[in-house]
Write a protein that binds this ligand. Structure first.
Ligand code: AMP
Ligand code: MN
Ligand code: MN
Ligand code: MN
Length: 293
């Protein structure tokens, strides 16, 4: 028995959505950082999984098929992570296809907002950063605006233009909560609320949301994530206990220069919580010492 606890990182992004690294590079970086089990959870998209799976097999780390579904609940955007999904399941595939198709129209509306601000060419600019044009999103606009010199980094572009209520923000209707949870569960996955501390919800609305999520069949919440402060680890650990939710851990890594928390670098979950992986089969593989290029 090894003394080291397994390192699970169950939330990250590749170039199939708004990550900077290709799936293979992401898996190699996870391996180098000591991750044993990695879930690739691209926004509304599963096309990065095949490449990630192949590289994970070569490096002998375990790859969990995941996705991060964009949901609208109570007028705000909520992200629901699916873990252990079957990417080929018809209901999941059709649901994600529908969510993706609406991104193209939203991108045109975002570009029109920037045109009105006198910042032109952002639609082509955003697409130049979207390796997967079906998945064009706000991060791609932000990277282009940094290139243009409009702001010094992606975070500042969100703060000035792209966050809710800012001049480049366009309200958007994503999937329904019950639908997203239903697609994930129908495909054999577990549904997990991504970074629950990041939504601007009052305590009452947060509980109302968690009640709805549970009623829809939701399984758990992220407790330790790159999007939470250490104080929020405790806050959401308490909510996991209160609601009887499984707990998850994931960096939400997007890229070396954009994410403060690297793959596999988070603290462990509080020991009394039930991790989402509690009944996953033990990984009997031995990690490769090096990951083939
Ligand atoms: P979208 O799904 O296209 O609306 O984009 C959502 C993504 O934008 C998130 O997954 C993050 O990667 C990124 N994002 C959202 N808010 C911020 C922020 N304040 N700073 C940096 N990135 C952000
Ligand atoms: Mn993202
Ligand atoms: Mn998210
Ligand atoms: Mn994410």
């Amino acid at each position: 028995m090894s003394g080291r606890p397994s390192n699970f990182d169950l939330h990250c992004h590749s170039t199939a959505s708004d990550g900077v690294l290709a799936p293979a590079e992401l898996v190699r970086r996870a391996h180098a950082n000591g991750v044993d089990v990695l879930a690739l959870t691209d926004h509304d998209e599963v096309t990065g999984l095949a490449e990630a799976r192949a590289t994970a097999a070569a490096c002998a780390i375990r790859l969990v098929a995941g996705v991060e579904v964009s949901v609208t609940w109570g007028g705000i955007t909520i992200h629901v992570v699916g873990l252990g999904v079957d990417p080929a399941h018809p209901a999941l595939a059709a649901g994600l296809d529908h969510v993706r198709s609406s991104r193209v129209r939203r991108a045109e509306r975002i570009a029109a907002e920037f045109d009105a601000l006198g910042i032109e060419g952002t639609l082509a600019g955003a697409y130049s950063y979207a390796a997967n044009p079906n998945l064009v999103g706000r991060t791609h606009f932000a990277r282009f605006l940094v290139e243009r010199g409009v702001a010094r980094d992606v975070r500042s572009v969100f703060h000035r233009f792209l966050a809710t209520g800012k001049p480049g923000y366009v309200p958007h209707e994503w999937a329904q909560l019950a639908d997203a949870v239903g697609w994930i569960r129908a495909s054999g996955g577990r549904a997990i609320v991504a970074h629950p501390g990041r939504y601007r919800l009052s305590r009452t609305d947060l509980r109302r949301f968690l009640d709805d999520f549970k009623a829809a069949g939701g399984d758990g919440i992220e407790v330790v994530t790159g999007s939470h402060t250490p104080a929020q680890y405790g806050e959401f650990a308490a909510l996991a206990r209160e609601f009887g939710f499984l707990a998850s851990r994931g960096s939400d890594f997007h890229g070396p220069d954009e994410s403060e928390i690297d793959l596999g670098a988070l603290p462990q979950l509080p020991a009394d919580l039930t991790p989402v992986w509690h009944d996953w089969h033990r990984d009997r593989q031995t990690r490769a010492a090096a990951c083939p290029a």
